[in-house]
Design a protein around this ligand. Structure first.
Ligand code: BGC
Length: 465
């Protein structure tokens, strides 16, 4: 069986799991993937302020500190599917959880830059693997009607993880060696994931796909909390065999009907990053200090506010996604991002005396709010909707890798870009990219609200090139 097609198919005949400890456990594991993604990427915002002093990192090395985890995440996301096809989802997730824990601890105790970086590489690779594999595993162990919710709540958990990391950053901002705790505390959700994965069984779908039917039966019995799972197992096995026959080769990605979804998925992945969101998410305290906020802890407090706005607006987006529609939210969000970025850029250029810091803080919050109702959640949702079934998982993973790579490039060069062209022009550059994102959306991004996945597929196919 192929990891990448499994999530899309699923068995629609499964009854909903009982709301007992298994339900709670699955719900916790569901959140942890996104939470760790958010925590471990967001936490660098506070850490950076310390590292500048502790290890005397210049702007290039600070950029590298951020980027190295993102590069590792791209590699992790690239290999997650194949590794979990070969060794099982559970085994790979257990190793991933171990990497989260070890990486966090290693970075926390690092006495020199190489050890610090190795720790972040481990954490980064773990983020990449889990950003692909947690939703896949959950889709395979859950009943069909859960799957949509898993996709949507993922973005909520990412923003929640970022928010928690900002709170931790704030609480520890004035503590000696606080950065060690900021990085080290990431080990806790990693540990919960590890314990959770030891209790949860291997995916029954994966077991059935490897002809381990007795084990698949035992896993289903555990997950459903009852012993009469024969019908479900039979349906599952039939489904997996059928899917094996349908699975398309990689060359399918080059065919005409996949071209458009691929352009949309990869395009939005790149635009999600080159419009500057993570320049703000990872470097907000640095930006606020540059704008004139007095101390590190005040800057981090303002950052906590931005994190809260991010979570709240993501909840708003989740409510509006099915009534307003993806395309409308995306366009509204992009226009709002554009206006905010232009004001930030001009604000820095004219050096608003005194008031600058406040204008920048408010506009940064507005920028994040508009990202959170549009480009943030819409990207992740669309890549799970627009690819033809036979290639859906692989299409989504290519878009995910493009997202991590663009994130790495943008975040890695942000500080050097500030030095080279200045703060104002840097944000105006992001504004220019947002104009391109608007044109791209108007040109090619379809409305998928209220359509079945099959209707989306035939709609995309019918559009002229
Ligand atoms: C993006 C992340 C970003 C986060 C901010 C996600 O959709 O993929 O790169 O840090 O949103 O909330």
């Amino acid at each position: 069986m192929n990891a990448t097609t499994a999530s899309a198919a699923g068995t629609d005949t499964q009854p909903a799991p009982k709301k007992d400890f298994r339900f709670v456990l699955i719900a916790i594991v569901a959140g942890l993937g996104g939470l760790l993604f958010g925590y471990d990427t967001g936490v660098v915002a506070g850490v950076l302020l310390f590292l500048r002093d502790t290890f005397h990192l210049d702007s290039t090395l600070q950029g590298l500190f951020v980027a190295i985890a993102l590069g590792a995440a791209a590699v992790g996301a690239a290999f997650a599917g194949a590794l979990s096809d070969a060794f099982g989802r559970r085994t790979v997730l257990i190793i991933t959880a171990l990497m989260f824990v070890l990486g966090a601890l290693l970075a926390a105790i690092a006495q020199n830059v190489p050890v610090l970086f190795v720790g972040r590489v481990l954490v980064g690779a773990a983020i990449g693997v889990s950003s692909m594999l947690t939703p896949l595993y959950l889709a395979e162990v859950s009943a069909a009607h859960w799957r949509g919710a898993i996709v949507t709540i993922n973005q909520f958990y990412i923003t929640f993880g970022i928010f928690v990391s900002y709170l931790v950053d704030y609480a520890l901002a004035d503590v000696t060696d606080g950065w060690r705790w900021m990085l080290g505390l990431g080990a806790i959700p990693g540990l919960i994931l590890l314990v959770g994965m030891f209790i949860l069984p291997e995916s029954p779908r994966w077991l059935a796909g490897h002809n381990l039917l007795e084990k698949a039966r035992a896993a289903l019995r555990f997950l459903r909390g009852r012993s009469d799972v024969d019908a479900e197992l039979a349906a599952l096995h039939k489904d997996v065999v059928e899917e094996g026959r349908r699975a398309a080769p990689w060359s399918r990605l080059l065919q005409k009907d996949v071209r458009k979804p691929l352009i949309i998925g990869v395009g939005l992945a790149i635009f999600q990053q080159i419009t500057g969101i993570n320049a703000v998410i990872y470097f907000a305290p640095t930006i606020f200090q540059d704008a004139g906020l007095s101390s590190a802890s005040v800057s981090i407090l303002a950052t906590v506010g931005v994190g809260a706005v991010n979570v709240i607006m993501t909840l708003v987006a989740m409510r509006l996604m099915d009534s307003w529609g993806r395309r409308k939210l995306l366009l509204w969000g992009l226009w709002g991002m554009l206006v905010s970025l232009v004001i930030i850029g001009i604000g820095f250029m004219v050096q608003l005396q005194g008031a600058l810091a406040y204008v920048i803080v408010i506009m940064v919050a507005a920028f994040v709010a508009f990202f959170a109702i549009g480009l943030g959640p819409v990207f992740w949702l669309l890549i799970s909707e627009i690819f033809p079934l036979a290639i859906r998982g692989r299409g989504a993973s290519i878009a995910t890798i493009a997202n991590w790579v663009s994130n790495m490039v943008v975040s890695g060069i942000f500080l050097d870009l500030l030095l080279a062209i200045g703060r104002g022009p840097t944000f105006l550059l992001y504004a220019a990219m947002t104009v391109l994102a608007i044109l791209f959306t108007l040109w090619i991004v379809p409305e998928t609200k209220g359509r079945s996945l099959e209707q989306i597929e035939s709609h995309l196919d019918a559009q002229p090139d």
